[in-house]
Ligand binder design. Structure first.
Ligand code: KIV
Ligand code: ZN
Length: 534
């Protein structure tokens, strides 16, 4: 759990009252605080239910179990594990999740029918989320039921679920397009039936934050059990609407990791949690430092990538390109960061582009142990800008290669390692094996090793010959031209003795992937040895 605030109302410092050095939000947030806002809210994650309704997402039972474990480790209070009545596979997944003994409560979704409630309870959950639509459009066109029938079904389902000994949450589906008096009447009726929590779904994401504040304030007049909020993102306002609801008294938020969910998705867990904490001073049980890894794992398992510009966990969320920004961030991160990346398990990244300045280039090169005199630095900066303007992305390895080239080192003969012999054997049903003879500081060493493929075998043999303490950090292969005779460009990044401060890059271009990889690795190792023997 992340403990950040001392007292929001006391501190009038520049950082908005939160622990300085971590969150740097506007002090106006404090001026806009509302007395109805709770200090803490619960998080119900529905990635495994509404999130799995994302078009194109179908999770295996093992993936669902793994995601449930990740959510539990993250600190989610309730995991909506699925909609048991939909299939036997769904029931099996929920049963496995419910039997994990998680700290979080495990919830199953149910329509307002005894069969659905039984299906959920018999899947082993300790929490049932029952729902029925209450807007005129849904009652008329979908349910073909009157208001009285809908209310009776809701009351019966809540009473029945209570009688089965589970925690019961109830939702008026399409609640935000429901007649206000009827909505309030539904809340009163299900409370009399013994419901534990009531959720207010913005099913089609049609609310503005101002409308949400109005509605929640109205509904709170009759809702005595904790109110929950469930927002969809059809207008890109799911997070803003969730925060608006909490501002007016909602005590639980329904969210999905990465904003997965039906159509445009649900409110994103990572954004809601950080927005609550940083902007409204509301805590949750979420361990915010695990957000980055959790979101990336869910992206991998669902096959829905995180957009680069996504708030909190996108690749660019803590990336700085322009010289002005990089200069500012390096002097004091509060200049251009709303919160420290490590607080959400992310890292600051300085990227090269047409707005890069000397500060960015110098800082980035320093990460790789390369330092250039002023004159050469400005040549590199100019080169980076002109490459970026012509549409070429300059990555770390290219920047280092460019700098070394300009420094005249790239052309130098290798000082420490020279490849004398090299062979690799590969084929079908044999383990790829490579043999090398390398002159290491004047002494000839022979070695052979195996690998998953010929490149892996070759790199393993080289590392065995030179030093077992050398580790491969990254291997990148790019085809420079099209076709089967394409030239390839290989970039290899290596470290020695797990030393996080020193990384060496080797780059090579050639027509044979294995030989080019070997050449790139030899270059990286040569520089690595030079740095460690300085
Ligand atoms: O969006 C919605 O209304 C839902 C209900 C099942 C609560 O997901
Ligand atoms: Zn929904």
């Amino acid at each position: 759990m992340t403990e950040l605030r001392s007292s929001c109302s006391q501190d009038s410092g520049a950082h908005g009252g939160y622990e300085a050095g971590r969150i740097f939000t506007s002090h106006f947030n404090r001026l806009a605080l509302d007395p109805s806002t709770p200090e803490r809210v619960e998080v119900l994650d529905t990635t495994l239910r509404d999130g799995e309704q994302t078009p194109g997402v179908a999770l295996s039972i093992d993936d669902k179990v793994r995601i449930a474990q990740l959510l539990d480790e993250l600190g989610v209070d309730v995991i909506e594990a699925g909609f048991p009545r939909t299939s036997k596979g769904e029931q099996e997944a929920i049963r496995r999740i419910a039997s994990l003994g998680l700290k979080a409560k495990v919830c199953g979704l149910a329509r307002c029918s005894r069969e659905d409630v039984d299906s959920a309870v018999d899947s082993g959950v300790d929490y049932v989320h029952a729902f029925i639509a209450t807007s005129e459009a849904h009652m008329k066109h979908k349910l073909k039921m009157t208001r009285e029938q809908v209310k009776a079904r809701a009351v019966d389902a809540v009473e029945y679920a209570r009688s089965r000994g589970v925690t019961v949450e109830f939702s008026c589906e399409d609640g935000t397009r429901t007649d206000l008096d009827f909505l309030k009447g539904m809340h009163i009726a299900v409370q009399e039936a013994g419901v534990h929590k009531i959720n207010l779904p913005d099913t089609v994401g049609t609310m503005s934050p101002a409308a949400m504040e109005y509605l929640v304030a109205e509904v709170m007049k009759v809702t005595k059990v904790p109110l929950s909020i469930h927002c969809h993102d059809d207008f890109g306002l799911a997070v803003a609407n969730s925060l608006a609801a909490v501002r007016k008294g909602a005590r639980q938020v329904h969210v999905c990791v990465n904003g997965l969910g039906e159509r445009a998705g649900n409110a994103a867990l990572e954004e809601v949690v950080m927005g609550l904490l940083a902007l409204l001073n509301v805590r949750t049980n979420i361990d915010t430092r695990k957000l980055g890894v959790t979101c990336r794992s869910v992206a991998r398992m669902t096959g829905i990538p995180i957009p680069d510009t996504k708030a909190i966990v996108g690749n660019n969320a803590f990336a700085h390109e322009s010289g002005i920004h990089v200069h500012g961030v390096l002097s004091d991160p509060s200049t251009y960061e709303a919160l420290s990346p490590e607080l959400v398990g992310m890292q600051r990244n300085i990227v090269m582009g047409k707005h890069s300045g000397a500060h960015s280039v110098k800082e980035k090169l320093a990460e790789y142990g390369v330092s250039l005199p002023e004159g050469m630095l400005s040549t590199v900066v100019e080169k980076v800008k002109s490459l970026a303007e012509s549409g070429k992305e300059v990555d770390d390895a290219e920047l280092v290669a460019l700098a070394l080239h300009i420094q005249g080192q790239a052309e130098k003969e290798r000082q420490h390692v020279k490849l004398k012999e090299f062979a690799v054997f590969t084929g079908m049903n044999i383990t790829p094996t490579s043999t090398v003879a390398i002159e290491v500081d004047g002494k000839q060493v022979r070695s052979s090793n195996v690998g998953i493929g010929p490149v892996d075998a070759a790199l393993n043999a080289i590392r065995t010959a030179v030093s077992e303490n050398i580790s491969l950090v990254e291997y990148k292969l790019n085809a420079i031209t099209g076709g089967s005779d394409a030239l390839c460009e290989v970039t290899v990044k290596m470290r020695m003795n797990d030393d996080q401060k020193v990384m060496s890059v080797g780059k090579s271009i050639g027509s044979d992937i294995v030989l080019t990889s070997v050449d790139a690795a030899m270059g990286a190792i040569d520089r690595l040895l030079a740095r460690h023997r300085e």
